[in-house]
Design a protein around this ligand. Structure first.
Ligand code: PMP
Length: 290
């Protein structure tokens, strides 16, 4: 496997970075998770824009242009001969000393990993996920904006650990006011009547790119898209619930905190949305040739 590391393609075993890299020492860096489907990189521009916006928010200058980054991603995909891939782009503050001071880090580290995609097991898409609300609240957006896709995922990891301890696959995270925010790596949606509802990002959720795709597809499904505050009560009484994310795509949720959602099976709107989503991933994206 070839890894892009600071301008070069290197073998996986040679893709090493310093223990003084602030990405490792402090989680000081940003990343993106992107997918390609049959040689089409899905929503590449949106992911690149989000990466550069995250970097801008932490005063990290990515040492290449957006076009240069796109070329590097395509080069890495080609080097690994991947038609369908999960792409991880990471930019760290770079090597510094043991203090926090980012001025000591002269050169950001850039690496790109392209790998085969590992999905949730197929049966979870057919039967739906069971999730639980966890005690760890989503980071206060006023303290650390969830729009910054930073390398510090401890908030989400703690929530994931709590879900696993309750034998659940995924954690529902609330914000400081007890409102539904998102899951550990996915946005959350509910269907009620003819409305497709997701919380506004301002309550402390990432502006997911799959989330936006789902909102964009709502009219095709004759659903009214709404960004609205949601409580656990609302989710328990929804007709359907599902999660969205680049890796998970769109995955139905059939139980939350042992409350069965709807009829306990993935709902019609969710299944239709999954179909429409797959149509888009087959036709849209930045094409590359192997
Ligand atoms: N929320 C969080 C916290 C995430 O890490 C992710 C995945 N990166 C998402 C939501 C989903 O975002 P996207 O659809 O852009 O992958």
């Amino acid at each position: 496997m070839k890894i892009y590391l600071n301008g070069k393609l290197v073998e996986k075993q040679d893709a090493k970075i310093s223990v003084f890299d602030h990405g490792l020492l402090y989680g000081d860096g940003v990343f993106e998770g992107i997918r390609s489907y049959n040689c089409l990189v899905f929503k590449l521009k949106e992911h690149i824009d989000r990466l550069y916006s995250s970097a801008q928010a932490i005063v990290l200058k990515i040492p290449m242009s957006k076009d240069g980054m796109i070329k590097a991603i395509v080069t890495t995909l080609k080097a690994n001969k991947l038609r369908d891939a999960y792409i991880r782009v990471v930019v760290t503050r770079g090597e510094g000393d043991l203090g926090l001071d980012p001025r000591k880090c002269k050169n950001p580290t850039v690496f790109i990993i392209t790998d085969k995609i590992v999905l949730y097991p197929e049966e979870l898409y057919r039967n739906g996920l069971s999730i639980v609300t966890v005690p760890t609240q989503r980071n206060l957006p006023e303290a650390l904006s969830p729009q910054i896709k930073s390398l510090n995922y401890l908030n989400n990891i703690l929530a994931k650990i709590e879900a696993i301890n309750f034998n659940a696959e995924e954690a529902l995270m609330l914000n400081q006011n007890g409102l539904v925010a998102e899951c550990t790596g996915d946005n959350v949606f509910m269907v009620k009547g003819d409305c497709l509802i997701t919380p506004p990002t301002s309550i402390g959720a990432l502006a997911g790119i799959t989330r936006q795709t789902a909102l964009d597809l709502s009219s095709k499904l004759k659903l009214k898209a709404q960004e609205k505050l949601i409580t656990r009560y609302d989710l328990f009484n929804a007709d359907e619930v599902f999660l969205t994310g680049t890796a998970a795509e769109i995955i139905p949720v059939v139980s939350i905190d042992r409350r069965v959602i709807g009829n306990g099976k993935p709902g019609k709107a969710t299944l239709n949305l999954i179909k429409e989503f797959h149509k888009v991933t087959k036709t849209e994206g930045v094409r590359y040739a192997l």
